[in-house]
Design a binder for this molecule. Structure first.
Ligand SMILES: [Cu+2]
Length: 170
């Protein structure tokens, strides 16, 4: 019996909430994508970099529900410029064993701008090595802070999530 976060009704209300948020941001800023994180120098990010990650290969995140630990084994390219990104993730359970047979979805968004990518999500493909998932061609097309949520559902239907936040220079 599955009771994941990906049921239709949940997805619908989630999308509705997103739309509401986007609408608010658009109304407030009149033009969404000229957010305060976009610095022409590419260096300054005033006051908004508290949650920004410093990329290192193997950067670890513990799931919100502490069911999983995710390692960003590799980001190709390293998070710096805008463009298409391939990520290799390693996911282990709380007892340290590789999480096999999970559904993994990446959802990149720019919180300051209220938008995501096209397509909005990218599915992680399970690799030959146990617990490894590859995410291909996330289109991080704009300078500024991207929050990439990694939504994981194991074969029993237990869900968890982590997020990575990277500030791209453009
Ligand atoms: Cu944007």
């Amino acid at each position: 019996m599955r009771r994941p976060w990906k049921t239709k009704s949940n997805a619908r209300s989630f999308n509705a909430a997103l739309l509401a948020v986007c609408g608010l941001i658009l109304v407030q800023s009149l033009g969404g994508c000229e957010g305060p994180t976009e610095a022409s120098s590419g260096v300054d990010v005033t006051g908004s970099d508290a949650n920004v990650d410093e990329y290192v290969a193997g950067l670890e995140k513990i799931g919100d529900s502490e069911h999983i630990l995710v390692r960003l084994v590799q980001s190709d390219p390293i998070p710096q410029d805008t463009g298409y990104y391939d990520w290799t993730l390693e996911i282990v359970t709380a007892d340290g064993s590789p999480l096999v047979g999970a559904t993994v979805v990446a959802e990149p968004r720019m919180p300051a701008h209220g938008h995501g990518t096209f397509p909005p999500t990218t599915e992680g493909l399970e690799g030959d090595e146990e617990g490894r998932y590859t995410i291909k061609a996330m289109d991080l097309f704009m300078a500024g802070v991207w929050r990439v949520e990694i939504l994981v559902e194991d074969s029993e239907g237990t869900a968890d999530r982590v997020e990575y936040n990277f500030d791209l220079e453009g």
